[in-house]
Design a protein around this ligand. Structure first.
Ligand code: PEP
Length: 247
């Protein structure tokens, strides 16, 4: 039985004080017995939120990282820096990073490998555009993203990889994939991973769905057999997040 994992991607929102206030507000209502919960604040809030989460079962996640541990990379943050403040998960390859900052599968792969090396679990995002779905190319697109992002990641390291299926047309749009569409793609991703690694690794892999998940649709989505959790954007900035976690 795979334990569900629900992550809140705050994106570029909340000042440090706002972040602390929000976490303080929701802390008591989040039950982590049934579900692993990850909160991904912006870089400036990570350290203070890390302190706030100490002694709780809520995990800290980053929204991005660079793929070297130190050096002349102005403006970047390294896996070792994140690790030193208690970050346990890191989103890589979010579609906003791919589309706005031109991140490629190769960069996503380098980031994932460097995170695994240091002991942080990557949440690797994949997903097709609306155009690709309309052209019925979504399975090919996602298969390529999965294969390229996982290149040279060992079987052992796969225990610490999470994949998030996030159709780009569903992110921040209020349009959710139907639970069947989400289930079909998450099942497909599991099969791709089975082809690369083994049945055992694919059975243990956690595949999240992300794209306009909210308190109303969470239950149906999270009850699909191949969906092991959610990556939540907009709704993770509100009290609604607790309802999603306690779905
Ligand atoms: C996301 O940013 O990963 C996301 C899924 O956003 P939203 O829930 O707002 O669609």
């Amino acid at each position: 039985m795979r334990k569900k994992i629900i992550a809140g991607n705050w994106k570029m929102n909340f000042s440090v004080n706002e972040a602390e206030n929000f976490v303080t507000e929701i802390l008591g209502s989040i039950n982590t017995n049934e579900v692993d919960v990850v909160i991904c604040p912006n870089f400036t809030a990570l350290d203070r939120i890390s302190n706030l989460l100490e002694g709780t079962n809520i995990k800290l996640g980053s929204q991005n990282v660079y793929y070297e541990n130190k050096g002349a990379f102005t403006g970047e943050i390294s896996p070792s820096m994140l690790y030193s403040i208690g970050v346990e998960y890191c989103i890589v390859g979010h579609s906003e990073r791919r589309q706005i900052f031109n991140e490629t599968d190769e960069m996503v792969n380098l980031k994932a490998k460097k995170l695994l090396e240091i002991g942080i679990k990557p949440i690797i995002c994949v997903g097709e555009t609306l155009e690709q779905r309309n052209e019925k190319r979504m399975f090919d697109v996602v298969e390529d993203q999965v294969k390229n992002s996982l290149k040279d990641i060992s079987k052992e390291d796969m225990k610490n990889v999470v994949i998030a299926y996030e159709p780009i047309w569903a992110i921040g749009t209020g349009v959710t994939a139907t639970s069947e569409e989400a289930e079909d793609m998450c099942k497909f991703i599991r099969n791709v991973v089975k082809g690369i690694y083994s049945e055992d690794i694919s059975n243990n892999l956690k595949v999240q769905y992300g794209g306009s998940v909210n308190a109303k649709n969470a239950n149906e989505i999270l009850n699909m057999p191949n969906i092991d959790g959610a990556l939540v954007g907009g709704a993770s900035l509100k009290n609604e997040f607790t309802a999603i976690v306690n779905y």
